[in-house]
Design a protein around this ligand. Structure first.
Ligand SMILES: Nc1ncnc2c1ncn2[C@@H]1O[C@H](COP(=O)(O)OP(=O)(O)OP(=O)(O)O)[C@@H](O)[C@H]1O
Ligand SMILES: [Mg+2]
Length: 231
């Protein structure tokens, strides 16, 4: 980070986040912070340079609503034992996103490759060209039916990895060159989670609602049966 940029970001990040960012940089995961992509309630997402490429660093805000995070995390057997301070929960939340991305990538999902997790920071693949890819809601697919079918394939692949995204909508799907890329995996849950089908149903409701708005005539029950079918 150049000196000026460091000064600019000093007010944005708390001290422990700054230390974490330095550590990730020292370990060679990125070279420079480039620009903010989204400053949100729960996280801030930055593009960073890495050699001649770009990467993403997602910074979970340490002031995030950790009670909600805890509610999502606790019934997931992988994180059932996470207790304690707010920071412990936020760090576990970042690890959860990282591990979910690893698992999803392993079955060949169209999602960012995760590179590192450290405290409240997740470093991952940058999706886009010279600019970050647009979200589905900002960039409607040219062929909604084709795009939707690809999405269904992704949801089925995720189930194969024993995961449900649990926050799937046009706001967490990038439209990159007319192909869906799923992002924001911190909510994603293991299908050993009790009642995972209700979360899958919510994801499918969002997709069906959005694509019906674009002119498809999808029936929620049929689409649920389609994703749950073995093939
Ligand atoms: N790997 C990526 N490549 C390009 N853009 C990304 C990437 N990851 C995130 N973004 C951009 O940053 C925005 C915020 O990312 P994301 O959805 O992961 O965080 P969030 O909505 O703040 O998550 P949470 O609600 O869990 O805090 C996205 O909507 C997208 O525009
Ligand atoms: Mg999001």
């Amino acid at each position: 980070m150049s000196k000026n940029k460091f000064i600019a970001y000093e007010n944005v990040f708390d001290e422990s986040t700054l230390k974490g960012l330095f550590k990730l940089r020292a370990q060679g995961y990125y070279d420079e912070i480039k620009s903010p992509i989204k400053i949100g309630k729960e996280s801030n997402v930055f593009s960073v340079t890495y050699k001649k490429e770009m990467r993403i660093v997602k910074v979970y805000r340490t002031a995030a609503n950790f009670k909600k995070m805890y509610r999502y995390m606790h019934p997931d057997p992988r994180f059932a034992r996470v207790r304690g301070t707010k920071l412990t929960v936020i760090y576990a939340w970042a690890r959860k996103e990282y591990r979910n991305l690893l698992k999803a990538k392993k079955v060949g999902l169209n999602c960012p490759v995760p590179y590192a997790v450290h405290k409240n920071l997740v470093c991952m693949e940058f999706i886009g060209g010279s600019e970050p890819a647009k979200l589905l809601y900002q960039h409607k697919p040219k062929k909604p039916r084709v795009f939707y079918n690809q999405l269904i394939k992704e949801v089925k692949l995720l189930l194969k990895a024993k995961l449900v995204h649990a926050d799937l909508s046009e706001f967490n799907i990038l439209n990159f060159k007319e192909k869906p890329v799923l992002i924001d995996f911190s909510h994603a849950i293991d299908i050993r989670y009790p009642n995972y089908k209700s979360l899958l149903l919510r994801d499918m409701e969002n997709l069906v609602r959005y694509f019906n708005k674009l002119g498809l005539k999808l029936d929620l029950d049929e689409e649920m049966a389609r994703v749950l079918a073995v093939n």
